[in-house]
Structure formats: C-alpha cells, structure tokens
Design a binder for this molecule. Structure first.
Ligand code: ADP
Ligand code: MG
Length: 293
C-alpha cells in the first residue's frame, strides 16, 4: 500500500482540500483509495458529510485492538473512496503520542491491518497544521509527502520550516520520501501570486508540481455540500488541476522503488516533467462526460 501524508506546518494552505480532492480524484480514476483524517478538527470527514462514532474513527488506528470504521461517501460515484474520519478521542491520542513517542509506530501497523482487511491501493492522510505526535506518526508511516503551499510570501516563508521538519523525520526513520512534492494552491492572476510561484520554482525546483491549484470559491461550496469539486463540477479548472496532481502522484508512487534512498531526485524530476502528458490525456478522458466549467 502507498501512504501519502498531506502536510504543512501552516494552517489554511489547502491541506484538507488537497487531501479530499486528491483522494476523490484517485478513487474516480479507479484506485481503491483510503482517506484518513488525522486532524482532530475533523474537517476532511465533515467536508464529505461523514460522521463517526467515538472510538471508531482514526483514534482506533492507534489502539492495539482498535476497529476503525471505514465509511463511504453518500455519492455512488465515490464507491472506491473509503474514509476513516476523525473522532473525539483523536485529541487524546495526540496527547498520548506526545507523552510516549514509541506509540507513534502503531499508526503504520493500524494502516497495514486495514489494508490486509480491505485491500486499499493508496492511503491519503490529512494532517493538522503542526508537527506534533499525529503528524510525526503519519510522516513515519508514509512513503510520499505532499505539501500544499498557498502562493503567497508568508506561506513560502513557512515552507522552509515545513520541509526542514519533513527532512528531519526522513533522516531519523531512514529511507527517502518518494515523491516529496510541493503543490502551489490559491493560484490566481495577481502579480504577487505569479511571483510567489516563480520563487517557489526557483527555490525548490523539481519538488514543485508544475501547475498548481487555482483559487476558487468552488472549494468552500463543495465542503458545504459534502460533494467534492471533482463530482460537483468535473470540468472546472480546480477539478482538472487536482485530477492532474492526483495522476502525477499516482504515477510517482507506482514508480517509487521500495527502498528509494538513492533515486529520489531523478524520480521526482521525471514525475513532474514526463508524466504531465499522460495525466493530461487521462484527465481529458475522465472529464469528457460533462459538468460546469
Ligand atoms: P488547511 O487544511 O491547510 O487548514 P483547508 O483545505 O481547510 O486548509 O482550506 C482553508 C480554506 O480555504 C477552506 O475554507 C477551503 O475551502 C478554502 N480553500 C482551500 N483551497 C482553496 C483554493 N484553491 N481556492 C479557494 N479556497 C480554497
Ligand atoms: Mg485542514
């Protein structure tokens, strides 16, 4: 199973939107995808209109005999998207993980148990905006890391500390992240945005996913309605942008060697450049059925 953590130490940069949109896009493209909400605020589950009984949400992934409930969104097109929503007890888990770092390894075991039970292809984990016990546990369990970054200068500034944190976990656990990708979000036509994206590419080069995600009011509306943008408006620019990011991510995960140490940089480079053609073709096919733009 490939596990991707969606992480940034800053809040409001589009982590939850990215986790929900990428997971939905992967599921719509045919992958059995598990979305795991590790933010005690529970926004990922809520934006898909999913609730969970206390003790049966993501807190159960950390319990030796925990039985996390996997819930499917109401929309029938999302039959390949399983969701483990955040429950109230997750906030207590964060406190426990801070007190006892060894418990963080339980997440990988909990996810593995779920995979054996239900054969998930890709797992996408939404994280809170801090490097606490939950984020650390997720980074330890993950093969790949996706870092959404709002295209403004304050967010760019915070990106350094996020990447430093990611690299620190990478070093302490051994084995490189494939892919480690930076996804510009809130991209609009303002000059300052273009400058910020250019700066991102200049500073982080191959790590940056080429096109980024446009700023769009559709994301708020989607979270309110419980239907992801990929279904509500499949041909809209934001839906296509996330489908493209998801396809590139899946391709990179496929190509990731199991022990990926020496090959991270070339793998990321290829995934950004060469795969765009394939992903664009697939997006054209997958969005051909209609929707508003
Ligand atoms: P985080 O999880 O990093 O705190 P969210 O994904 O919750 O960020 O996004 C914060 C707010 O911004 C939400 O109201 C969300 O709907 C909105 N949002 C996210 N991405 C975009 C975007 N590309 N354009 C416009 N609004 C967005
Ligand atoms: Mg969030």
């Amino acid at each position: 199973m490939s596990v991707v953590a969606v992480f940034n130490r800053k809040g409001g940069v589009g982590k939850t939107t990215t986790a929900v949109s990428v997971a939905s896009a992967l599921a719509l493209a045919g992958q059995r995808t598990l979305l795991v909400d590790l933010d005690p605020q529970g926004s990922a589950g809520r934006s898909l209109a999913i609730d969970v009984e206390d003790g049966r949400g993501t807190s159960a992934l950390f319990a030796a005999k925990g039985k996390p409930a996997v819930t499917y969104p109401a929309h029938p097109a999302l039959f390949r998207l399983g969701v483990v929503a955040a429950d109230l007890a997750l906030a207590d888990v964060e406190a426990e993980l801070l007190a006892d770092g060894r418990r963080r390894a339980r997440l990988a075991t909990g996810l593995e148990r779920l995979r054996e039970r239900e054969h998930w292809g890709v797992t996408v984990i939404d994280l809170p905006p801090a490097l606490g016990g939950l984020s650390d546990a997720a980074l330890r369990a993950a093969e790949g890391v996706l870092v959404p970054v709002a295209a403004d200068f304050l967010a760019l500034d915070a990106l350094r500390s996020t990447l430093a944190a990611v690299r620190a976990v990478e070093k302490s656990r051994g084995g490189s992240y494939v892919p480690l990708a930076v996804l510009p979000t809130f991209v609009d036509r303002r000059r300052a945005t273009a400058d910020a994206v250019a700066l991102l590419q200049d500073q982080f080069g191959d790590l940056v996913l080429a096109r980024g995600i446009p700023r769009s009011a559709r994301f708020d509306a989607a979270a309110l309605s419980g239907v992801p943008v990929a279904l509500g408006a499949p041909r809209s620019a934001p839906a296509i942008a996330y489908a493209e990011a998801a396809t590139a991510l899946a391709a990179a995960l496929d190509r990731a060697p199991k022990k990926a140490k020496a090959t991270r940089r070339p793998a990321v480079k290829k995934f950004v450049r060469a795969d765009m053609r394939d992903s664009l073709r697939e997006i054209r096919l997958s969005t051909a059925e209609g929707g508003a733009s």
